[in-house]
Ligand binder design. Structure first.
Ligand SMILES: *[C@@H]1O[C@H](CO)[C@@H](O)[C@H](O)[C@H]1NC(C)=O
Ligand SMILES: *[C@@H]1O[C@H](CO)[C@@H](O)[C@H](O)[C@H]1NC(C)=O
Ligand SMILES: *[C@@H]1O[C@H](CO)[C@@H](O)[C@H](O)[C@H]1NC(C)=O
Ligand SMILES: *[C@@H]1O[C@H](CO)[C@@H](O)[C@H](O)[C@H]1NC(C)=O
Length: 322
């Protein structure tokens, strides 16, 4: 959800082309478990699929902007090892998935149908969703359109986004504190100066040079024109209009919700709707965990996030049959 910081991250992270492995192959991913599916509307989805051990649920991981399934590499390593089923798609516009340039193709009613097509192709009746950034919007809409297909919902950094969120212009959803935070943090013209002056910021210490090279290569290969459609539909009217098709009775989530708040993600934290959304969204149990982290909480604090997710999933009493 943080276009500015995401772009800065992308621009600032210098990578040596010599280091670049294949985008979808590096450990802990097993390259033979990547698949491609021609979904019902004729677009290709590239995704990582690990079958679940008996009695274990399948976890569906949905990344945000501007990323790929690789955003989840710490979670894949952790949960794959424990026998959980995994479905980790490159979302529309990213990685090995189709990258259409028409914003209309990115609205939630269509993207959620694609995700359900993947579940159907993998014979997954119900899954646990774990989502970050714009992935949280898709997770929200999966709850709105296909609640019967999901056991529970985990939101990281960005919480549940209500069906009426995009009915009002995006800016009006951000309150004065948020506007002040953005203005203080990034006054008008600062990004242009940052780019034109070729400013470099030190890379974060929780991403290794090899990991950064993988992320950079994905962005270089795919470009940002397609991914920016996730923003275009939200700032224009397309998503708001599309969301009018959400059944009223599905406005609340009736399954357990986990919200992982990233305390130093200043936009998400200072936009109360992202936290409040997690609280009011559910007519069920809400588990909230707070992390002393910026926006990329699953990369910055993987041990804490993985441990909390494991405990939460373990406590759901899913009682899955073989
Ligand atoms: C990768 O997955 C394939 C297919 O399930 C399996 O045969 C192979 O042993 C796996 N490789 C590793 C390193 O786990
Ligand atoms: C995907 O499926 C559609 C039909 O739904 C078909 O027209 C199209 O050729 C397929 N594309 C590929 C690449 O297989
Ligand atoms: C950009 O660099 C120019 C030339 O060094 C300098 O005059 C200007 O103040 C810089 N702008 C910012 C915003 O740092
Ligand atoms: C919340 O769930 C209870 C039963 O678990 C149900 O009776 C009630 O109607 C639900 N409320 C809403 C607003 O969906």
């Amino acid at each position: 959800m943080r276009v500015l910081s995401s772009l800065l991250l992308a621009l600032a992270a210098g990578a040596s082309p010599a280091l670049l492995p294949r985008v979808d192959a590096p450990a802990p991913f097993n390259s033979s478990l990547f698949k491609d599916l021609n979904v019902s509307r004729g677009l290709n989805y590239h995704y990582y699929a690990v079958p679940a051990d008996t009695g274990k649920p399948t976890l569906l991981f949905l990344h945000g902007f501007p990323s790929t399934s690789y955003d989840w590499h710490h979670q894949v390593a952790f949960f794959q090892d424990k026998g959980y089923g995994l479905l980790v798609p490159d979302m529309l516009g990213y990685g090995g998935t189709s990258k259409p340039l028409d914003p209309q193709l990115y609205v939630s009613s269509l993207v959620t149908r694609d995700i359900i097509d993947i579940l159907d192709a993998e014979n997954i009746e119900q899954a646990v969703v774990v989502a970050h950034d714009w992935g949280s919007k898709t997770a929200s809409r999966l709850a709105n359109y296909f609640p019967e297909r999901f056991l529970s919902y985990a939101f990281l950094a960005v919480g549940y986004i209500t069906p009426t969120f995009f009915a009002t212009p995006f800016e009006e959803n951000l309150n004065l504190d948020t506007t002040k935070t953005i203005t203080d943090w990034s006054p008008l013209g600062a990004l242009e100066a940052f780019i034109t002056n070729d400013t470099r910021i030190p890379p974060v210490d929780y991403v290794t040079p090899e990991e950064r090279a993988i992320q950079m290569e994905a962005i270089r290969q795919g470009g940002l024109a397609a991914p920016l459609n996730w923003y275009k539909i939200a700032r224009g009217t397309l998503e708001g209009q599309d969301d009018q098709g959400i059944p009223q009775e599905n406005a609340l989530i009736h399954s357990p919700v986990f919200f992982g708040a990233a305390l130093r993600d200043y936009i998400s934290v200072s936009a109360p709707i992202f936290v409040a959304g997690a609280l009011v969204s559910s007519n069920s149990t809400v588990t909230i965990r707070e992390y002393n982290s910026g926006h990329w909480v699953q990369l910055a604090l993987p041990d804490e996030v993985n441990g909390d997710l494991l405990q939460w999933i373990g406590g759901l009493g899913l009682g899955l049959d073989a």
